[in-house]
Design a protein around this ligand. Structure first.
Ligand SMILES: C[S@@+](CC[C@H](N)C(=O)[O-])C[C@H]1O[C@@H](n2cnc3c(N)ncnc32)[C@H](O)[C@@H]1O
Length: 257
């Protein structure tokens, strides 16, 4: 199985997340659920004081770690997200930067925590190498990411509407596990479901969290009322609801160096 190296448009990602910053926490229900679970995975281990929240967004989880008495570095690609985080005083340090090229010294943190951010990277093994490099011997890396099987219902609906790709491609679970092979690790897979009474709030929730199709630039085509109705008709509904599923992979890496 090959480790897919994508070509992501990081400027577009930073712009989309930056624009979503002010309303992000109200729509980021999935992130809050996966982040809580990720925190539990980390807390089950013996962790030190210095925590990096890599791809911190608004810093929802930076703040949670700070409440636990940790010294937190909040890092994000999007300046809009980072200034929102700074405004809320969620961390001790703020760094605008790229997970794939971390501007941090080797062995400088005890815990590297990254909730739903690495799916936006070009090369997962490279991102994990960076996490490993900056985490001290005996430290811990925990990350969550979207895996293949996420947003299936929406993808199926779009396929009935046109021939364009509207959904980001996520790595298969096996590929994510393979990216962890060089380290002592465990990977846990969990499925999450969200249900929406209408299609528009479903689409807005994706937009609100910056999760629109951006791997090759901006989203394709304007969403007109007619297009929305066609998509709604094509959508696999469940008792009048619009279900949306997410396949989430949680990785725990032990830094035995
Ligand atoms: C879905 S949000 C998750 C935010 C936060 N971790 C949470 O749990 O709410 C993904 C975040 O990752 C950031 N991001 C995406 N690619 C990144 C990269 N290469 N380096 C750093 N941050 C990145 C985005 O700007 C965004 O704020």
């Amino acid at each position: 199985m090959d480790l897919v190296v994508k070509s992501v448009d990081k400027q577009a990602i930073a712009g989309a997340f930056g624009r979503a910053a002010s309303r992000y926490d109200t729509v980021a229900k999935l992130q809050q659920q996966t982040g809580e679970y990720l925190m539990k995975l980390a807390q089950a281990e013996n962790i030190g004081m210095r925590v990096l929240d890599a791809g911190c967004g608004t810093g929802f989880f930076s703040a949670r770690w700070k409440q636990q008495g940790k010294q937190v570095i909040a890092l994000d690609l999007a300046s809009g997200m980072l200034s929102h985080a700074k405004g809320q005083q969620v961390a001790d340090y703020y760094l605008q930067g790229d997970i794939e090229h971390l501007g941090l010294a080797d062995n400088s943190v005890d815990l590297c925590f990254s909730n739903l951010a690495v799916q936006w990277c070009n090369d997962l093994p490279h991102a994990l190498r960076e996490f490993y490099r900056i985490t001290r011997p005996g430290g811990l890396i925990v990350f969550s990411t979207l895996a293949q099987g996420s947003l299936n219902e929406l993808e199926a609906a779009w396929e009935r509407v046109d021939d364009h790709r509207h959904i980001n491609q996520f790595l298969p679970l096996g590929t994510i596990t393979q990216a962890c092979q060089s380290y002592r690790h465990k990977v846990i897979s969990r499925k999450y479901y969200q249900h929406y009474p209408q299609l528009l709030p479903l689409l807005n929730s994706l937009k609100g969290i910056g999760a629109t199709h951006l791997h090759h630039g901006r989203q394709r085509g304007l969403m007109t009322r007619k297009r929305l109705n066609t998509l709604a008709e094509a959508y696999p509904q469940n008792n009048g609801n619009y279900p949306l599923s997410y396949q989430i992979a949680f990785g725990v890496i032990y830094c035995d160096k």
